[in-house]
Structure formats: C-alpha cells, structure tokens
Write a protein that binds this ligand. Sequence first.
Ligand code: PGA
Length: 248
Amino acid sequence: MRIPFIAGNWKMFKSRMETVDFAREFKQLYKDTDVRTAICAPYVHLDTLKEIFDGTQIKVGAQNVHFEDMGAFTGEVSALMLEEIGVDYCIVGHSERRQYFAETDETVNKKLHKLFETSIVPIMCVGEVLEQREAGIETEVVKKQLRRGLSGIEEEQIKKLVIAYEPVWAIGTGLTASPLQAEEMCGIIRNTIDELYSPQAGDGVIIQYGGSVKPANASEIMNMPQIDGCLVGGASLKPVDFMEIIDF
Ligand code: PGA
C-alpha cells in the first residue's frame, strides 16, 4: 500500500516574511489527511518552517545537498547539517540543477548515497527534455538516469526513496504532460525498479509526477494508478492552491 505524497518545491522564491505568512496560513488551512505533505524551501527558510510546522504532519524538505560531510566547499550545505535541523526530505537532481548547475547522474548518485546515511528521504528527479521526447527517446533517457543515479544503492534503501518524474518541457511552462503520458512514464519507472531490484521494490517505491500541477488538474493526475504523488512548483507558493492540490 503506497501512501500518497505531495511535495511543494518553492525553488528560489519567498522572503523570510513571506515564508512566515505562508506557513501560518497553511497551518490553519491544513487538515490531517492520509496524504503525506512536505514543502521544499530555500535553505535559509528551513529552520523557520520546521519551527512553525512543529507538532503538525507537515514535513520540510531541502532542494539540494552536497555529497561530502564537511570540507572546503564554499557555498555548500551537507546532509548532516540538514539532518541536524530536522529536515525530512531533500530533492536531488532537479532538472534546473542539471541544466544550470552541472548536476549529473554521477553527482545525483553521490548525493543519494550520502542522504541514505541520514534519516532524510531523497526525492530523486528524472525526466527528459523536449528534444528527447520529440526524438522518441524519453524512455531510454529516463531509464539511464535511473540506472546511473541509483548505482550501488541497495534494495533496502529503495524502500525509502521517492522518485519524481518531471518532463522538463512541462516544468513552469503551463504545458502538463497528459495524465496518460505521465502515467505511462511512471509505469516505466516502476518497471525499471522491478528490473534493477525486485517486483516488491517496484511495487513499493513512491513515484511522483511534476510539471505544471495545479488545483485544476491534480485529481486527474492523482487518480492514475502508477502515480503516487506530485512535486508542485508554482502552485505550492499559495497556501490555498497547495491545500486544494492536497485535497485533490
Ligand atoms: P511547476 O514546477 O509545478 O512550476 O511546473 C515543478 C517543479 O519544477 O518541481
């Protein structure tokens, strides 16, 4: 039985004051549901969110992490530092990091290994760009990201993993993959986990869809059998919209 999981990805949005306002309003709106809920915010706001959401079911995530414990890595933050302030989730390999910050399947892999040494649950992002979909190679691309990104990760750890399928052409563009396109790729991802690990591992892994998820399309997406949740960018910035998605 897979528990639905909806996470917001704030990207580089919100001042401290806006974060506090959001968190207070969202906490008021939030009703305990069977849907696991998290907000992945900029590093500087994680502590604030943890404090305001304390005692609720609302979890907090980071959007990136470094793969070493400590060292001369100016500007970086380690998994241990995130764990110390109680961060629950961490996005790894988001397409914006692959595109603008030289994230590769190899760095994704190192970050996953590091996070699995902590209590933080990784949300591993995969997805093809438009040219790859137009060339009909999206399945190969996503399978390769999974194979390389998960290299050396044990079956026991897969039980803790969340995978987010985010077709890059659908992120922030208003273009959503059709629920059937999303469903199909999430099924392929599940089969790939079957092949790499076992049918039980495939059956248990939580797979999210991300890319222009909004209150208007959330229920159709969430009702797809292979899709267990959503990674929500723009629509997670407004408490009412995000709550409507969780209430799909
Ligand atoms: P979007 O972003 O919902 O704004 O398309 C999704 C994401 O990048 O995680």
